[in-house]
Design a protein around this ligand. Structure first.
Ligand SMILES: [Zn+2]
Length: 467
């Protein structure tokens, strides 16, 4: 099966240029000014449109049990939403059960992933330290291609590990070429502030933010980075929400720590005031870390521009408003923490980043595709448009605008964080390994066609040079 995409403007981290692409058996095999189609070649005309490498979202929580409920998207609805939103690969978090080995847990998650429409991989969460965990890490990396794990510094009793456990796990991870994702919030301080807040009768959604102030994130971020430094390990701070935490990343990078940071679209576009919306609407915006004061946004965008932030992940952790979020109507601690965003990450970052002049087209490609591919062992198979890369391509018309609304979304949620916003540009087609999975904005790919992503090991030297 051959496909030619003609007349598009190809965007990579290195270049922006007009050209034709030849795709054979799912891989890009030629790029030239003009490629003349032979007989029986499928031709797509992309005149006036950009060709971006498919988005890679390394932060999703599909089918994820959490806080005595579960996320609203599974691998069926979630990966359809991803495709519609220009995402062609995801790395989802597993969630271990008490007493279960990481490898057994991974097999359960790989089974769930078989329903996926796009390519998928996993980060293994480690919430319980024991000697088995250390023995399993090299097997995860070598035999399963799981070259990233995740540790939590908050959610005590559910996910949190202590400093000593973090150090031991990260040390081993560093030795075997695994990068550690860290959720950096000081769980102990937060638990204390939450108790105080409730005892004072402060139960509205805004108190979710007041009980997780920036210092709880920046302290934990700094500590995590120091632990990584002591352990000689690569670390990836997920969902950096505020300037104070970003400052810690900057300091660590200056010291030579193999430290990388991610932010999320909601921290770039939304702020703390959304938690104060009346009639419990604020409950829709409860996520951790919480939305911050608006001034932080500017510094996050600058962090992207300067390279301090390497990726934007959606942290797609969707819960229905009716029936899941509303459980916490009278007590913010009962509101499940998480927001939807997998379908919107690409258009939101394009609109507020590129269209509004905060970042360049090339930086957009870097944070939405190339950066995550390099950091998480997918490059040079995914993450760019070039000969030999998988033909994961988003065809994007920058000359039209559209309105984001929950009525048109594939995400299985009864609201959208960006409801009613007009964004510039529209995804017209998406190809995954050369196969059209989105046409005219509609998902046409089949469920279950996604492939498991066996990822390369993390190399400190490689990430230092490339990110
Ligand atoms: Zn998350």
């Amino acid at each position: 099966m051959k496909t030619i995409i003609q007349n598009g403007t190809i965007v990579t981290v290195a270049d922006i240029y007009k050209g034709d692409l030849l795709i054979e058996n799912g891989v890009i095999t030629a790029i030239a000014d003009r490629i003349i189609p032979e007989k029986d070649v499928h031709v797509i005309d992309a005149s006036g449109q950009y060709l971006f490498p498919g988005g890679i979202d390394v932060h999703t929580h599909l089918a994820w049990p959490f806080q005595s409920t579960g996320t609203a998207d599974d691998f069926v609805s979630g990966t359809r939403a991803a495709a519609a939103g220009g995402i062609t690969s995801i790395i989802n978090f597993t969630n271990p059960k008490k007493g279960q080995t990481l490898l057994d847990n991974l097999q359960e998650w790989k089974k769930k992933g078989e329903l996926s429409l796009i390519d998928y991989g996993f980060h293994s969460i480690i919430s319980e330290y024991n000697d088995h965990v250390l023995q399993e890490l090299p097997i995860l990396a070598e035999q399963e291609g799981v070259t990233s794990i995740k540790l939590f510094m908050a959610y005590k009793g559910e996910l949190m590990v202590n400093d000593r456990e973090m150090f031991k796990i990260m040390k081993k991870a560093g030795e075997v070429g695994i990068i550690t994702n860290v959720h950096a919030e000081n769980g102990d301080i937060i638990d204390e502030l939450v108790e105080d807040s409730l005892s004072n009768g402060n139960t509205d959604p805004i108190f979710h933010a007041y009980t997780r102030p920036p210092i709880t994130e920046s302290e934990a971020t700094g500590r995590a980075l120091s632990i990584a430094e002591a352990a000689n390990a690569s670390i990836y701070i997920v969902h950096v929400s505020c300037a104070d935490a970003l400052e810690k990343v900057e300091q660590a990078k200056r010291r030579g720590v193999q430290a990388f940071a991610e932010t999320c679209p909601h921290y770039l576009v939304l702020d703390e005031s959304y938690l104060e919306l009346p009639d419990f609407e604020g409950g829709k915006y409860v996520c951790s870390p919480p939305l911050r004061e608006k001034w932080n946004q500017d510094l996050l965008w600058k962090g992207i521009s300067s390279g301090l932030i390497s990726t934007v992940g959606s942290d797609h952790c969707p819960f229905l408003f009716e029936g899941q979020k509303t459980v916490g109507r009278n007590n913010f601690t009962m509101i499940p923490n998480g927001v939807p965003g997998l379908e919107d990450i690409f258009p939101i970052v394009y609109h507020y980043g590129v269209h509004e002049g905060r970042i360049s087209l090339q930086k957009f490609v870097e944070i939405i595709s190339t950066g995550p591919a390099k950091l998480f062992g997918l490059y040079p198979k995914k993450g760019s448009i070039g000969i030999g890369f998988d033909a994961d391509i988003v065809i994007f018309n920058p000359n039209v605008s559209r309105v984001i609304s929950r009525e048109k979304q594939y995400q299985n949620v009864d609201y959208n964080l960006y409801e009613g916003r007009v964004v510039q540009g529209a995804i017209t087609r998406v190809l995954s390994r050369g196969e059209e999975i989105v046409r005219d904005g509609y998902v046409i790919g089949e469920q279950g066609r996604g492939q498991y992503l066996f990822r390369k090991k993390n190399s400190n030297i490689e990430t230092r040079v490339t990110c």
